[in-house]
Design a protein around this ligand. Structure first.
Ligand code: BG6
Length: 431
């Protein structure tokens, strides 16, 4: 599972079995990502023997009901090519369930009874951030945090700076930094890791990767999905907390950071942090001028009618939460002074695409025929759905005169590598 630390959460060499406790185990993330990814890790033989996955939630379920949930709601998200009936049944044997309201101390003895002394405990919090602190307190109050217990936190880690600090204060009371894993699944994507390879495995871009040779950087994460069954969670978050402060800023950090001394997670983290610290704060006037918020309304996607945000389940009629954000951000550094970083993301967009466009500077003076419109070079790095890198160059059109047109050098990574790409949530460790 991708995190900001490099020591793996799961590791086959760990002789000790895990008790992996998933708070929010009956939720959407568990069905779509966690259980399918855990199945793949199990299938590849990378879960320590005897490991159990204990779903925790408020549904009055038992082991059978949770297993049914895995069968009906998670299995459809496993890539059919890798679904093996016998191995899936083996995987189901690892599941258990504890009914628990995380905020209720009196519910914790049931969890305590389900845990084994000899197992290494991992608490995975896939639930609203408002519950993180109380859950940690309750786990500690019932003696359920050992000196090697690990904690995995799903974003958003709070709703603002004050709540993020409050969560951090409680978490660090019980878990050392080395045992705390803050998940941003974008970091586990092959394609996002490839940005590091492109930038630091090639020398030709580095001299140009700065002002005045780069005129803008544009990052787009467009999704066709709506909020689905996650209305309750999403309305508290919105696109800004759900996508921008984590996934998009991670992309900004990787694209803008100075070369780290090594791939070691602390070195990479340090360089990313400098980028985040250099983000120019926005005044209310800057917010008005440089940002746009929007919300999807009812319409048709690929011919299918879809509801507007306000009509989705669990969304209050007077909600002001945004499902689209666009902004112009700037970094106050020598390298990036005055280079705009345009960030945008939205749900229910026309097409699903995650793409980075690095736009280079215009030529200072054109010597070509008036009919040639010189377009600045662009590097277009598409992260999903199909990974590719295109570099547009101006070339001469055949014939009389010197008329130029843009053409692309194109690298299609999906056909260059046919090996299976692990899902982001499957990755056991990452920078
Ligand atoms: C999650 C957000 O972190 O990322 C979702 O909570 C979003 O709202 C998802 O749909 C996008 O991830 P991916 O891997 O599909 O690009």
């Amino acid at each position: 599972m991708p995190s900001t630390r490099s020591s793996p959460v799961l590791r086959r060499a760990d002789a000790r079995p895990l008790d992996l406790v998933v708070f929010g185990g009956a939720g959407d993330l568990s069905a779509r990502k966690l259980l399918p990814s855990l199945y793949m890790i199990h299938r590849d033989g990378n879960l320590p023997d005897g490991t159990r996955i204990i779903g925790v939630g408020r549904h009055p379920w038992d082991r059978e009901a949770f297993t049914r949930f895995a069968d009906e709601s998670a299995q459809p998200f496993v890539d059919a090519r890798y679904l093996d009936a016998a191995r899936w049944q083996d995987f189901l044997q690892r599941l258990d369930y504890v009914r628990l309201d995380a905020s209720q101390p009196s519910d914790y003895p049931a969890l305590s009874a389900a845990l084994r002394e000899e197992a290494l405990r991992v608490y995975y919090m896939a639930m609203p951030p408002g519950l993180f602190a109380a859950t940690c307190d309750n786990l500690a109050g019932h003696g359920l945090i050992a000196s090697d217990t690990r904690l995995v936190l799903e974003k958003p880690l709070g709703v603002d700076l004050a709540s993020a600090i409050a969560i951090s204060e409680v978490v660090t009371r019980y878990f050392s930094e080395a045992r705390t894993y803050r998940i941003d699944h974008y970091l586990g994507k092959e394609t996002v890791q490839n940005l590091m390879a492109l930038r630091f495995g090639n020398s030709i871009f580095e001299p140009l990767w700065r002002t005045p040779f780069v005129s803008s950087v544009q990052i787009t994460v467009a999704e066709t999905v709506g909020v689905g069954s996650r209305g309750g969670f999403y309305d508290e978050a919105g696109a800004m907390r759900d996508m921008v402060q984590n996934h998009l800023l991670q992309l900004v950090s990787i694209l803008a950071m100075e070369p780290p001394a090594s791939l070691d997670s602390d070195s990479v983290r340090d360089e990313k942090l400098k980028v985040l610290r250099s983000l120019r704060p926005m005044s209310p006037e800057d917010v008005r001028r440089n940002t746009v918020r929007g919300r999807y309304t009812a319409g048709a996607i690929a011919g299918e009618l879809v509801r507007g945000y306000l009509q989705e389940d669990g969304i209050p009629a007077d909600s002001r939460t945004e499902t689209f954000v666009a902004m112009r951000a700037e970094l106050g550094t020598w390298r990036w002074n005055k280079v705009p970083f345009y960030l945008r993301t939205g749900k229910r967009m026309q097409e699903r695409v995650t793409e980075v466009v690095v736009q280079f500077a215009e030529v200072p003076h054109s010597i070509f025929d008036a009919g040639s419109t010189l377009q600045p070079n662009r590097m277009v790095i598409r992260l999903q759905p199909a990974e590719s890198v295109r570099l547009t160059l101006m070339v001469k059109q055949p014939g009389e005169g010197m008329k130029l047109k843009p053409l692309s050098l194109a690298l299609d990574l999906d056909s260059a590598f046919t090996t299976r790409r692990a899902e982001a949530y499957e990755r056991c460790c990452s920078t």
